[in-house]
Write a protein that binds this ligand. Sequence first.
Ligand SMILES: Nc1ncnc2c1ncn2[C@@H]1O[C@H](COP(=O)(O)OP(=O)(O)O)[C@@H](O)[C@H]1O
Ligand SMILES: O=C(O)C1=C[C@@H](OP(=O)(O)O)[C@@H](O)[C@H](O)C1
Ligand SMILES: [Mg+2]
Length: 188
Amino acid sequence: MSLPKRVVLVGPMGAGKSTIGRMLAKELGYRFLDSDRIIEERCGANIPWIFDVEGEEGFRQRETAMLEELASEAKTVLATGGGAVMRPENRQLLKQDAVVVYLKTSIEQQVERTRKDRNRPLLQNDDPEAVLRKLFSIRDPLYSQLADITMHTDRKSPRLVVRQLVNRMKPRTPRHKRQVRKEGRNHV
Ligand SMILES: Nc1ncnc2c1ncn2[C@@H]1O[C@H](COP(=O)(O)OP(=O)(O)O)[C@@H](O)[C@H]1O
Ligand SMILES: O=C(O)C1=C[C@@H](OP(=O)(O)O)[C@@H](O)[C@H](O)C1
Ligand SMILES: [Mg+2]
């Protein structure tokens, strides 16, 4: 696989899309785009505020408009929000000229990584784990269908995930190719 025009990261809350996206962009020399952060900048308000005032539907409308705008940006790594795959029109936009990467993560890790953060309105309730389980059952098939690369992230540092992704995208030398095959056998 040669370097794609753009890379799009999908996966559940806490998969590491924002963290890994930023590092991967630096590694590839691409621009990093985080659709949630750009929505917040444009709106002048954070995601909890948008959910409060406009409801989830209002946020989803902003999200679709943002994905449309960003779909034509070359040499970018785009970190999406976990729910971006829900609308069919979004899935079309995400696939456009992109290698789509699914950062796959266990529910336990999702819970752990999102525990202290108050910026995810869908998880501000008594049982965030139950919400994450429900969302996973609906969204996991959509992430999988859309993905060109599925990368497990449990028990891997962000740095290791980035290194393995770069290897998958730039397997140029025979050593690289052997490494990618080896990682493939380990369910990368
Ligand atoms: N591979 C990883 N191992 C350990 N912690 C991680 C990993 N990836 C992300 N994190 C941490 O998990 C939290 C959520 O990551 P984030 O990038 O915001 O996820 P997402 O954008 O997919 O919701 C952050 O505190 C981040 O530092
Ligand atoms: O899963 C979701 O529906 C959401 C995920 C969040 O992004 P992260 O996946 O980056 O946390 C953010 O877009 C919003 O809170 C809704
Ligand atoms: Mg994020």
